[in-house]
Design a protein around this ligand. Sequence first.
Ligand SMILES: Nc1ncnc2c1ncn2[C@@H]1O[C@H](COP(=O)(O)OP(=O)(O)OP(=O)(O)O)[C@@H](O)[C@H]1O
Ligand SMILES: [Zn+2]
Length: 620
Amino acid sequence: MVLMLAVNFAYMLLFAPQQEPVADLSYSRFKAELARDRVASVRMSGERVTGNFRDAVEIPADEGMAPVAYLRFQTVLPPVDDPELLPLLEKNGVELEAQASEKPTFWASLLISLLPWVLIIGVWVFVLKRMRESNGPGGGLFGQFRRSGAKLYSQQLSRVTFNDVAGLAEAKQELGEIIAYLRDPRHFSRLGGKVPRGILLVGPPGTGKTLLARAVAGEAEVPFFTISASQFIEMFVGVGASRVRDLFENAKKSAPAIIFIDELDAVGRSRGAGLGGGNDEREQTLNQLLSELDGFEPHQEVIVLAATNRPDVLDTALLRPGRFDRQVVVERPDWRDRLEILKVHARKVKLAEDVDLTPLAKGTPGMVGADLEAVMNEAALIAGREQAEAIGNEHLDKAKDRHLLGLERKLYLSDEEKRITAIHEAGHALVAKCLPGSDPIHKVTIIPRGQALGVTLQLPADDRYHYRYGYLTDRLAISLGGRAAEKLIFGEYSTGAQSDLKQVTDLAEKMVCQWGMSERLGPVSLERGVEHPFLGRKLATETTFSEETARLIDKEIEALSRQAERRAENLLEWNRPVLEQLAERLLVEEVLDEGALTEFFAAANLRLDEGGSAEAKGQS
Ligand SMILES: Nc1ncnc2c1ncn2[C@@H]1O[C@H](COP(=O)(O)OP(=O)(O)OP(=O)(O)O)[C@@H](O)[C@H]1O
Ligand SMILES: [Zn+2]
């Protein structure tokens, strides 16, 4: 870095280029132009030649680019003298000015003579910095520089505000309280507000957790200390714990302040998990972190934010009251939020007047803020390469495709997949709606999450401990509703129902083997077999039952599943227009919550299930 700057500077002083563009010619091209009598004047200095054309000459630029017209050119003389050159110049009456090699100016020579020193000092500073940041357990020679790797963003530097964070309305609202507290702690506590110490930001990578934490610091105008938990433990044993201590010490000194720990799961995994007794260094670091979280005095106004996308693997000790006892969910954006995010990043680039970001926002389900930012950057690069005045719709489109090709995990759905997913999820939801005894639908979405392309989420109205037969057969039908809808609309199945099928088989197996719900097998518990002969799965732990029973179990599981499938198919067929409308709505909105669904179904004229569960019971 230091090196490049210095050299560039010297270069600029030596050969300050004229404003006009200068064509870089090969020597032979130069001679060709000369022979064609297109050169007006030449100035030689050492081996460098600059000059003017008589009229503008078009020189092809890089492949695929329009040629550029130049008035000036430069070239370099070959190392061996060219006897043809002077006669050629004279013959065409080219104005010639020759000069001994240019002398560097005073400042340039000063700079050049200082260059080695600049380099040495630069390297030294760099090394010193590294050592300070990563000093070993003993501190060694540079022990006096011991410091955590946490970066301090002073008040002036953390300019990020909620304005820069698009969407995430719920998260912002929840964090608003923290900001109020940090701005005026005394006032806040006088009102009797109890402030959480630690807040866990939970969400997939790139959804803006770090950005949000920074914005909290920016809004509250307090210093921001940040470290990634993986940095705690990358060095030597013992460093992690001491870094944690230093980080908290520093933050307390500048209180009110915010500490942000990214990738908390890197240190926060449950202790003792994993083979071979776990990782001492990590556990030490985690223990230190826990004790720091407990060690705040009431007047120390430090809030600890942490981010993770795996809250499930965290050590429960981290989640106890007084530690990270509050979770703020940072979700993947829906298209409206994606539009807002695109607008935020569009502020930094120049968009053409006619650009509409809405299609881009709608066409990028599954993308998170980081992706959208990358798309916007890519579009700016593409526009720049094409020497466009501003970013146009076509650049955005290209950038989107390019980014998608680069996405390793397939989070993005093609239009085709989106349609299939919408029909599939609408199928689940519609079947559930037509079975009055089933749980209310909390949410339907076609935003991909983890492995699932879409989700239909039902929440039980209250906690259930006992399940009626009818409730269970309803569940089977709902689970098969997605697949049945695909078949009805597209005439074929896709692979999207894999986990649905597993759910169905598991549940049906329990009904038959554990809950005695099969007429043919009777009121028996069949939890005795070892390996299920056909399903290849363990049914239970001990002994075996006869082969005949095993076959019967399979038959019964199949019968339950088929009945459920028929019910789902019937319901969907009866209500096919509603199914298609619902899928259409999903394609547009991506997420439908309980309110929207209730509203939608209220307007629909549904034909409900007609005592289907009774019929199913009779048939078995
Ligand atoms: N809601 C948003 N509004 C505006 N920009 C966003 C948003 N979400 C993400 N971004 C952009 O994406 C970048 C990356 O986001 P950030 O680092 O905050 O994600 P993260 O959730 O912390 O990811 P990770 O878990 O990988 O650390 C941000 O710097 C920002 O430019
Ligand atoms: Zn499904």
